[in-house]
Design a protein around this ligand. Structure first.
Ligand code: FES
Length: 70
C-alpha cells in the first residue's frame, strides 16, 4: 500500500529499507525516501509501518542470527 503519496513510497519500500539498510528512525526514513517531508500527511502511518518493520527485523534476527551476516 502507498504510505506517502507525495513521494510514491509504499510499505514494502519502508520494510525493504529497514531490512537491507538498517534504517530504524523517522529521521533516517525521511532522509532516504523523503517520507513526511512535503505535506506531512503520511507521518503517522509511516511511523507505524516503520515501528512494525523494525520489530519484525528484530524478531527475524533473534530467530535466525545468521541473517545479519548474510
Ligand atoms: S504524503 Fe508523504 S509527504 Fe505528503
Amino acid at each position: 500500500m502507498y504510505v506517502c503519496l507525495c513521494h510514491g513510497v509504499t510499505d514494502t519500500d519502508i520494510r525493504r529499507l529497514v531490512r537491507i539498510e538498517g534504517v530504524s528512525t523517522m529521521r533516517e526514513l525521511r532522509q532516504e525516501l523523503g517520507v513526511a517531508s512535503q505535506c506531512g500527511k503520511c507521518g503517522r502511518c509511516a511511523k507505524e509501518v516503520l515501528r512494525e518493520a523494525v520489530n519484525e527485523a528484530r524478531d527475524e534476527q533473534a530467530l535466525c542470527p545468521g541473517l545479519a551476516a548474510a
